[in-house]
Ligand binder design. Structure first.
Ligand code: SF4
Length: 392
């Protein structure tokens, strides 16, 4: 009664079936009969490959007979054998299988583009490079030595000796018209100190020649505290003109003179703190007044020349932009016994050789020791912009 599929095929068609017909019959039976007939609910659907396998086993066309029932039944397990065998997947740990992360290079660490090689041969350039390397090595040696005993500039003693040598004639404007030169040495000590104070007050933003002329005019007029307080502002203006900021300086002179009369009995303060409280007197002036007026060294007087030259010579640990920082930087290492000398020495050197613009490096004895000069002579101009406060 209940026949398997091949038997049904035999009952319908009978006789010999071609491979093609048998294949299509097998497909039909798998798709339709399974759902249409309750009798074929247990019949599993065949895949194409399973059907092909069945057909493939029948190399020769044969008579489909009831004897095949047993053959197909026996083949079923063989089909299941052809299922893809389960191969366990090995999952390797990500940490081992992942490629190492790429290094992110910062801008500074990025390799720079290789420069194109130049085939030119320039013996002069090679010699310059050798000189530069030798200088660099020397500087490094001195740096190492100086680091052992605290920071100090490279070969500063040699440099100072060269500057002394260049300044030995003492023929710079500061040598004849500096603050200590234009006061009246024959006057009473407190009057001389008053002259020192006024000459420094007038010297700000003014050339030594102009300051000296103004001071001589005041002396001829009668330069004492009492007399200046009696003099009109207009008259003082006529005497000191054309010093820089002459109108403002009239006010400073009058107010300072009044403080000296009221608080110091016509003399000047004997302390740095007292001096810097006076109108128009800054730290640079106060240190020089203490040195020249009271013969006490309280600090280095750093004006525009000292500031510029010491930065060019790298006499300060780090480049400075204001004279007050330069003063602190110098006082850190320069022996105290040189503080008084260095002001006049460098001011005169700045007036004659190490000029603010176009310094005379080729004539300078320090040209092999001075970083600015070496750079200027090798390359025509310094590599870096120097610190340059306002011109005096
Ligand atoms: S070499 Fe030039 S920059 Fe240096 S100290 Fe001499 S003049 Fe000044």
């Amino acid at each position: 009664m209940f026949l398997s599929r091949p038997n049904v095929a035999v009952s319908i068609y009978g006789g010999i079936l071609s491979k093609k017909n048998l294949f299509s019959l097998a497909l039909k039976m798998s798709s339709k009969t399974a759902s249409a007939s309750p009798y074929f609910q247990d019949v599993k659907r065949l895949t194409r490959s399973q059907a092909k396998l069945i057909l493939g086993s029948q190399d020769q066309p044969s008579v489909v007979s009831s004897s095949r029932t047993s053959a197909t039944e026996t083949r079923k397990p063989q089909i299941s054998k052809l299922k893809r065998p389960h191969v366990p997947v090995r999952y390797e740990s990500r940490t081992t299988s992942r490629p190492p992360p790429k290094k992110v290079l910062s801008n500074s660490a990025k390799p720079s583009k290789p420069r194109k090689a130049t085939l030119k041969f320039d013996p002069e350039a090679d010699m310059k490079t050798d000189d530069a390397n030798a200088d660099k090595q020397k500087d490094e040696d001195f740096k190492e030595k100086s680091q052992a005993k605290g920071w100090e500039p490279v070969r500063w003693k040699e440099t100072l000796d060269f500057i002394r040598e260049m300044r030995k004639e003492k023929d710079a404007p500061v040598d004849s018209m500096g603050a200590e030169k234009i006061g009246d040495h024959d006057a009473a000590p407190e009057v001389f100190r008053y002259h020192v104070l006024l000459s420094l007050l007038l010297s700000s933003q003014t050339k030594d020649q102009v300051t000296s002329a103004a001071m001589m005019a005041l002396r001829n007029h009668g330069c004492t505290v009492d007399n200046i307080l009696k003099t009109s502002d207009q008259k003082i203006g006529e005497l000191i003109y054309p010093v820089g900021f002459w109108k403002k300086k009239i006010d400073y002179i009058k107010r300072t003179s009044q403080v000296l009369k009221d608080k110091y009995n016509g003399d000047i303060p004997a302390t740095l703190e007292g001096l810097v409280k006076l109108p128009g007197i800054g730290p640079k002036m106060a240190h020089i007044i203490m040195d020249v007026g009271w013969n006490k060294v309280t600090g280095i007087g750093v004006d525009t020349h000292v500031h510029r030259i010491t930065n060019r010579l790298k006499w300060v640990k780090k480049p400075t932009t204001v004279p007050e920082d330069t003063r602190k930087g110098l006082e850190d290492w320069l022996p105290r016994e040189l503080w008084s000398e260095v002001n006049v020495l460098l001011v005169g050197f700045g007036q004659q050789t190490c000029l603010p613009v176009n310094p005379r490096c080729s004539e300078c004895l320090c040209k092999d020791l001075c970083p600015y000069g070496r750079s200027a002579l090798r390359y025509g101009s310094p590599k870096r912009k120097e610190a340059s406060p306002k011109k005096k």
